[in-house]
Design a protein around this ligand. Sequence first.
Ligand SMILES: Cc1cc2nc3c(=O)[nH]c(=O)nc-3n(C[C@H](O)[C@H](O)[C@H](O)COP(=O)(O)OP(=O)(O)OC[C@H]3O[C@@H](n4cnc5c(N)ncnc54)[C@H](O)[C@@H]3O)c2cc1C
Length: 421
Amino acid sequence: MSDSGGNDVIEELRAWLADNWDPDLTITQWWDRLGLAGWSAPTWPVEWFGKGVSRDEANAISREISEFGAIGAPAGLGLLLAGPTIVTHGTDEQRMAFLPDIVTGKQSWCQLFSEPGAGSDLAGLQAKAVRDGDEWVVNGQKVWTSGAQVADLGMLLARSDADVPKHAGISYFGIEMNQPGMDVRPLREMTGRALFSEVFMTDVRVDNAALIGGLNNGWAVANTTLANERAGLGAGGGGAVGNASPGTKAGFLDKRAGDCVSGGRSGTRGALSGRSASMMVDLARVMGVVGDASLRQDLMRLYSLNEIARYTNLRAKAAKEAGRAPGPAANTAKLSMSRITRLSRDLGMAIVGAGGMLSGHDAPLNGMITEMALFSPAVSIYGGSDEIQKNIIGERVLGLPSEPRPDKGVPFKDLKVGTQG
Ligand SMILES: Cc1cc2nc3c(=O)[nH]c(=O)nc-3n(C[C@H](O)[C@H](O)[C@H](O)COP(=O)(O)OP(=O)(O)OC[C@H]3O[C@@H](n4cnc5c(N)ncnc54)[C@H](O)[C@@H]3O)c2cc1C
């Protein structure tokens, strides 16, 4: 029995799963059923492939699908970021064009925002879009594009007007990744994986019909994407299930659904989540070091930080339910996740000792601790770096004077740094 979420909707889901789940379906057939019935994106409005339920209820739905033993929603940046952005800012035509393929996992998305010179200062981006009849021609470079290698579509931010201040001349497009001039070059990280890529765009094209949220309104649209990104990061995932990824390039769509059922996501994810304290205690027991006084101090610290984060989250939720602003909690969640990640990394390495230098099956916990340590710097960078979060807390929560913004009101083309090349 699920412990949260509306019981009616869970009852409805159980009956639906009993009627519809069949391990002999292909992933395509299963996700068609799941997505078009509203179970892939249950927080979206009913008229746009959702169920109109709360995030808590959506988490309960995700858990229920997992407990039933079926494959969960086609998780990825389409469902997490592009979909909610298009629900909010798209026209009905754009919703019909993009949302069905997102909820049924037929197409996957990547986020073409950051550039070599525009990460924290995202509004300084230089990729340029020039109108050509019913299309736009785009030139420029993106970087750190997660999943670009397997993406069918990209959420593209490009400068469509350099004569106005930097935030005011950006447009947001849904662009085809499979086209001449779109050069995706994977970047190898120290984990050994290549989770993200550089993307070079040379005269790539995007239809004006895929301009989302209106001309030069890209900054507002991007903020919706970023708000969903932070909410997703803060939520720590809803327990999505299955070992299948969406899109035409990931290679899962023709597989038998029953062969893709698995017990959940990777261990790294678990280690970086609220379960990290109990996992570290178990690990310390197994390694025979749970009696070590200094480790015990840190285990307690990790437990406390996790509990503080949990209560802060509950306070923010209660404020929201009571119709109040979430307050500083929303701004501190990401920073707190960074601290927890760093402490988990240090503790994990201290517990496994020299074994932390191994990777793969020879390493403790199949290398999960090593991988977590190597991945840990990412958490304080993506979704807004720690320093940027501190700036936000300083300015918006503590009311400190804002950073000097000499570029405010200056046309982008007249900026000393960040002029178009
Ligand atoms: C795992 C991972 C996945 C990512 N996936 C994507 C993706 O899919 N799509 C995408 O578009 N981007 C992605 N990014 C990029 C990410 O959004 C940027 O790395 C991030 O915004 C920081 O930008 P930057 O790397 O250019 O660093 P910079 O902005 O150059 O910052 C460098 C350093 O300076 C500090 N700094 C910058 N400005 C200030 C300031 N005003 N005050 C104080 N300190 C400051 C920063 O905190 C940082 O320490 C990803 C990053 C990571 C790590």
